[in-house]
Design a protein around this ligand. Structure first.
Ligand code: URA
Length: 300
């Protein structure tokens, strides 16, 4: 580290960055993305100018150049028939509609959960994959009666490639254990989004739409007896309900899949419970409610 940097200031800057959500170094040195984008634009424009065929009889003045320079500036001439080189955007930059279509096709082709996991891991249509370290598909028992759906992986999940392994995941495990459920036998956990949004920001509607075909196929292949929706994001994207979680929690919804109704219970996200411990008593009511439903369905 540069010894001229005041360690107190450096620590304060680091603290500020972490609070702003920039809690991870993606490269060894900072990159000014605005400068990179501007340079790329200049390079593409220059390339297009170099390669574009120019009729000798009607020279095009270079924009912004003084008239004298315009007359005398030698202009590179491209070989006849050459077209400007076009840089094809990386798959992660494909339009959302193309990405959603390709997700739909990939998901539909999967016949098992393992195939779906492989398809999600191979999918390049979601921009979040570029900054994520791992694809976070699911954890738990594939034959479990309960399928829990959260929002998106956080930092710990991204590092380990498994959903709900950080502090909120530990709380979730304790909550499940309290009603006799366990990832290794009776619970299966996934998220609406398979890659960590930088800084743990909420996923955008576009990112959710791109992942949605995989989520739908995930539920279809998993065939749970009951869905548990952890927080407002899965309520919105699974039940298509815009209402906030404080209004929907504890009320059974129904997810209709190929004519079969799967009961779906919205409840608080464990990260919310860590911030608002007073809400745990409502979460406990939801857990009891879940246990009763599983008994009623003969699933426990
Ligand atoms: N929060 C989520 O919604 N999902 C995880 O996997 C971890 C934290």
């Amino acid at each position: 580290m540069d010894s001229s940097i005041d360690p107190v200031q450096a620590r304060a800057l680091l603290k500020w960055l972490i609070e702003a959500g920039a809690d991870e170094a993606l490269t060894d040195a900072p990159v000014d993305r605005f400068a990179v984008a501007a340079e790329a634009r200049v390079a593409v424009t220059a390339e297009a100018k170099v390669a574009a065929p120019t009729p000798a009889s009607a020279p095009t003045p270079m924009r912004g150049a003084p008239p004298s320079a315009q007359a005398s500036t030698p202009r590179p001439v491209a070989p006849t028939g050459d077209l400007p080189r076009v840089t094809v955007p990386s798959p992660a930059l494909m339009p959302a509609s193309t990405a959603t279509k390709s997700a739909r096709e990939a998901a539909a082709a999967c016949k098992t959960l393992d195939e779906l996991r492989a398809a999600v891991e191979a999918f390049d249509g979601c921009q979040l994959k570029v900054t994520a370290k791992h694809t976070v598909f699911a954890d738990g028992h594939q034959g479990a009666p309960v399928m829990l759906i959260g929002e998106a992986p956080g930092r710990d999940e991204d590092l380990q490639g498994l959903p709900f392994v950080g502090r909120s995941g530990q709380l979730l495990d304790r909550m499940l254990n309290a009603i006799g459920l366990d990832r290794s036998t009776s619970a299966y956990i996934t998220n609406v989004i398979f890659w960590r949004p930088p800084g743990n920001r909420p996923p955008t509607p576009e990112e959710a739409a791109i992942c949605a075909p995989f989520l739908v196929r995930h539920i279809e292949l998993k065939q749970p007896k009951v869905l548990v929706l952890l927080g407002g994001t899965p309520v919105k994207h699974v039940l298509n309900i815009e209402e906030g979680i404080t209004r929907t929690r504890g009320r059974w919804g129904r997810y209709v899949l190929n004519g079969v109704e799967i009961p779906a219970l919205p409840t608080f996200h464990p990260a919310y419970l860590l911030r608002q411990p007073a809400a745990k008593k409502l979460a406990w009511q939801d857990l009891v409610n879940l246990k009763l439903k599983l008994r009623e369905l003969g699933a426990l």
